[in-house]
Ligand binder design. Structure first.
Ligand code: NAD
Length: 236
């Protein structure tokens, strides 16, 4: 068997971090060498060494980091990947314009993949939205996203990415955000004209879809040449 890809999970104590840790355990091609969270309660959990964010510089050697944290934690994980010459897969949303620029700059040194959404369904929806927008010139385009009450950024990163697809098709999307209960993530893209309406909807009912996509991407990204990769480059 090939040597497993050594991964650190940044944001490990969070909703996504916990899904990543659970699903990584089912993949022999991945070895989680560190779980990094803002605070840690124990040094080792289920065989995985735990590190507080203040200890990020001391994590063992790794091939790729998977980051699902918060924008305020992003700079540190990016800097660590650069200094260790390791790949970065990030799904953290709400990054500032300067953080996005830093990510582009880092791509000259390490392989990076940032995606607002790691599900296959949203990748297909994005394509459909661009095609619908191109075919429905002059129609109103509205994107309504719903998430759990703990989500901080609005509109969601996925809504903005779908909006970019609509713009590529020539539409001028408007956004609305709902925060309610424990909704994992819903995105409705509506095209409306006089007397008719088209609705394209994606509903995520389980975070595992994002975690599986990110684990797959990390195992494929490690060891690649520096550059900015897209999810679709690593599928298959
Ligand atoms: P969460 O609040 O449950 O978890 C956040 C994690 O970040 C925790 O482990 C916390 O300890 C850690 N953290 C916070 N501040 C930190 C710091 N200063 N240093 C180090 N770690 C720190 O959030 P979540 O629901 O797991 O979502 C995490 C991120 O992933 C959000 O930005 C969310 O929008 C995004 N997300 C993306 C996708 C996708 O497919 N791209 C899917 C779901 C969620």
């Amino acid at each position: 068997m090939n040597t497993p890809v050594r991964i650190i999970i940044h944001g490990a104590s969070g909703r996504m971090g916990q899904a990543l840790l659970r699903l990584a355990g089912e993949r022999p091609e991945i070895q989680v060498v560190a779980a990094v969270s803002r605070k840690v309660a124990a040094r080792v959990v289920d065989g995985v060494p735990q590190f507080a964010s203040s200890e990020l510089g001391g994590v063992p050697e790794f091939d790729a980091a998977i980051d699902f944290s918060l924008p305020e934690a992003f700079d540190a994980v990016l800097a660590t990947c650069r200094s260790r010459r390791a790949a970065l897969v990030s799904g953290t949303t709400g990054l500032s314009a300067s953080q996005q620029e830093e990510l582009h700059a880092a791509a000259t040194e390490i392989p990076v993949l940032w995606s607002a959404n790691f599900s296959l369904g949203v990748a297909v929806l994005s394509d459909l939205v661009e095609r619908a927008a191109a075919a429905l010139s002059g129609w109103d385009c509205d994107i309504v996203e719903s998430h759990h009450v703990h989500k901080k950024d609005a509109p969601s990163g996925t809504a903005l990415a779908l909006g970019a697809s609509a713009e590529r098709g020539g539409a001028a999307p408007r956004y609305a955000s709902l925060r309610a209960g424990d909704i994992v993530g819903e995105h409705l893209v509506q095209f409306a004209s006089l007397g008719e309406r088209i609705e394209l909807v994606h509903r995520a009912t389980n975070r595992d879809i994002f975690a599986r996509g990110a684990l797959h991407a990390a195992s494929r990204l490690a060891g690649r040449a520096p550059g900015e990769y897209r999810l679709r480059d690593l599928l298959g």
